[in-house]
Ligand binder design. Structure first.
Ligand code: NAD
Length: 486
C-alpha cells in the first residue's frame, strides 16, 4: 500500500530548508499509469517560488562551498544511508507513479544510493586535488591549480528515471560544493520529493538543496534566472535547445543529457540466446522509455533468421502488466502523452507498410499499456529508424559486411549509447571503437556504473555525467601563480 503521506503533499516545494505551498495557480496532476487514475495533485512553483528557491541557493552557497570536501562527504554518505532507509517507499512510488516492475524500481533505488555513496568518496578526494603544483618555465614563479564550485546551479530532469537522473546531478553538485535548485518532472515528482524529506531530516543547511515542482513555465523561469552559475538539463532535444538558448542569454555553462536512437549490433558469431536477452533488455526495460534504449537492431544476415525467430517468441511470452501483478516484466508507458505518441507511431508504421513481426498496437485495457513491438527491414528514411520513439519499439536491419554494420550503427543524428554482441571479443571491441556514442556495452547488459562516463556525442548532448567527469561538470578550474619559494 502506498504511504498516503508521500502522495498528499499540500506543501510540495522544498525551499530554504523547509516545505512550502506553491503561491501559483499551476496544479500538477499525477497519475497511476497502470490504471490511468489520478494518484495525487500538487501545486507547481510560480515564478516567485522559483525566484525564492534561487535566492535560498545563492544565500547558502558561501558557507557550503567553503566546507572541506570531507565534511560534504559526510553529508552525501548520510543521504545514501537515509535513501537506504526509505528504500521500500521509494520502490513503491516508482512502481506506482512510473509503472516500473518491481525489479526495475529496485535497480533505480540502488542506483541512487550508490551515486550518493560514490560522490561522498569523490568529495573527500577533492581536498587532495586542491593546490596541485603546475611546473612553470620561469624558475621565479610557481603555479598551482584549485577546483572551485561554480556556484548555485539550476537543474531540470525528465520523468523516466526520477530518482536516478536527479541523483546523477544532485550528488556530484553537492560533492563539488555547489548549491542547487532542481525542478522535478511534472508527471513524476513524488519519489524525488523524498530528497527534501531527507535534507530536512539530516539537517542539511537551509538552501543547499531546493526542490521545486512544476512544468515548462517553472523550468523556463529557472533557466532565465541570471543568478544561477550553471544549468544542468536532462530531457528532450526540443527543450534542451531552449535551455541552451537561455544559458546563452547570460553566458552560463550548460550540461545537456538529451535523446538517443542507439544501435545494438549483433555479429554473425554471437550466441543466439545471449543476443536475444541483450536485445530485449535494451529495448523493453522501462518499457523502452530510456534515452539509451538500443532501439535499432543491426544484425548479421547470417544469424538474423535464427535470432529473430527466438526474439519474437520470447517477446510474445513477456508478461506486460501492472507492476503489482505477479511476474510482470514490462509495465505501462509512464504518461498518457507518451502512450499517445507510441500509438501514433503504430498508426504511422501501418500506413507506411512496415513489416511488423510482433506488437504494433496498444493493449485493450485500462492504463497506458502498449505491446512490445518489432519492425523488420525498416527503411533508413522511415521515422521508426530515425526518430526517438521512447517506447518498446525495435527497428531491425540486416547487414552483410562489417563496414555496413558500422555505417548502419552510425546512421543517426544521435550518439548516446550502443551495444555490440559477438563471439569474437576483439572484433566486437574493434566495432565498438568505430561507433559514435558516449557509452558502449560489449557483450554486457546496459548497466551505467556510477564510476563510468554518461553522456552523448552528436545531438545526444553536451558534457558527461557520472564518474569524476560528473563532479568536474560543477567545478571551475582556478590557476594561481605565486613567487617561487627559494
Ligand atoms: P522534456 O524535454 O519534455 O522535459 C524535460 C524537463 O524539462 C521536464 O522537467 C519539463 O517540465 C522541463 N521543461 C519543459 N519545457 C521547458 C522549458 N521551456 N524550459 C525549461 N524546462 C522545460 O523531456 P521528457 O519527455 O520529460 O523526457 C524524455 C526525454 O528525455 C527523451 O528525449 C530522453 O531521451 C531524454 N532523456 C535523456 C537522458 C540522458 O541521460 N541523455 C536521460 C533520460 C531522458
Amino acid at each position: 500500500m502506498t504511504d498516503n503521506a508521500l502522495l498528499k503533499r499540500d506543501r510540495s516545494l522544498f525551499i530554504g530548508g523547509g516545505w512550502r505551498a506553491s503561491t501559483g495557480d499551476e496544479r500538477i496532476h499525477v497519475t497511476d499509469p497502470s490504471t490511468g487514475l489520478p494518484l495525487a495533485e500538487l501545486g507547481g512553483a510560480s515564478a516567485a517560488d522559483v525566484a525564492a528557491a534561487v535566492t535560498a541557493a545563492v544565500n547558502a552557497f558561501p558557507a557550503w562551498s567553503r566546507l572541506p570536501g570531507r565534511e560534504r562527504a559526510r553529508v552525501l554518505r548520510d543521504i545514501a544511508d537515509k535513501l537506504m532507509g526509505r528504500r521500500e517507499a521509494i520502490i513503491d512510488l516508482l512502481m506506482r507513479n512510473n509503472g516500473k516492475p518491481r525489479r526495475e524500481a529496485e535497480i533505480d533505488a540502488s542506483d541512487a544510493v550508490a551515486t550518493f555513496a560514490y560522490y561522498g568518496d569523490l568529495a573527500e578526494a577533492l581536498d587532495k586535488r586542491q593546490d596541485t603544483g603546475v611546473a612553470l618555465p620561469d624558475p621565479a614563479h610557481a603555479g598551482k591549480t584549485r577546483y572551485e564550485p561554480l556556484g548555485p546551479v539550476g537543474m531540470i530532469v525528465p520523468w523516466n528515471f526520477p530518482m536516478v537522473t536527479s541523483a546523477w546531478k544532485i550528488a556530484p553538485a553537492l560533492a563539488a560544493g555547489c548549491t542547487i535548485v532542481i525542478k522535478t518532472a511534472s508527471f513524476t515528482p513524488l519519489a524525488e520529493l523524498i530528497y527534501g524529506d531527507i535534507a530536512a531530516e539530516i539537517g542539511l543547511p537551509a538552501g543547499v538543496l531546493n526542490i521545486i515542482t512544476g512544468g515548462a513555465a517553472a523550468g523556463a523561469a529557472l533557466t532565465a534566472d541570471k543568478r544561477l552559475r550553471k544549468l544542468s538539463f536532462t530531457g528532450s532535444n526540443a527543450v534542451g535547445s531552449k535551455v541552451m538558448g537561455a544559458a546563452a542569454q547570460h553566458v552560463v555553462p550548460v550540461s545537456l543529457e538529451l535523446g538517443g536512437k542507439s544501435p545494438i549490433v549483433v555479429l554473425g558469431d554471437a550466441a543466439v540466446e545471449d543476443a536475444v536477452d541483450l536485445i530485449m533488455a535494451g529495448i523493453f526495460f522501462n518499457a523502452g522509455q530510456m534515452c539509451s534504449a538500443t532501439s535499432r537492431l543491426v544484425i548479421d544476415r547470417k544469424i538474423a533468421d535464427k535470432v529473430m525467430a527466438r526474439l519474437v517468441e520470447k517477446t510474445e511470452a513477456m508478461k506486460v502488466d501492472s507492476p503489482y501483478a505477479d511476474g510482470a516484466e514490462m509495465g505501462p508507458m509512464t504518461t498518457q502523452g507518451q502512450y499517445r505518441a507510441v500509438s501514433k507511431t503504430f498508426e504511422r508504421a501501418k500506413a507506411d507498410g512496415l513489416k511488423c513481426l510482433t506488437g504494433g498496437h496498444v493493449l485493450q485495457r485500462d492504463g497506458f499499456f502498449v505491446a512490445p513491438t518489432i519492425y523488420d527491414d525498416v527503411p533508413t528514411d522511415n521515422a521508426v529508424w530515425r526518430e526517438e520513439i521512447f517506447g518498446p519499439v525495435l527497428a531491425v536491419r540486416r547487414f552483410d559486411t562489417e563496414e555496413e554494420a558500422i555505417a548502419l550503427a552510425n546512421d543517426t543524428e544521435f550518439g548516446l549509447a550502443a551495444t555490440v554482441v559477438g563471439g569474437d571479443a576483439a572484433k566486437a571491441e574493434r566495432i565498438a571503437r568505430e561507433i559514435e556514442a558516449g557509452h558502449i556495452w560489449v557483450n554486457t547488459p546496459q548497466v551505467p556504473y556510477v564510476q563510468s562516463a554518461w553522456g552523448g556525442f552528436k545531438a545526444s548532448g553536451i558534457g558527461r555525467e557520472l564518474g569524476p567527469w560528473g563532479m568536474d561538470a560543477f567545478l571551475g578550474v582556478k590557476h594561481i601563480t605565486v613567487p617561487a619559494t627559494k
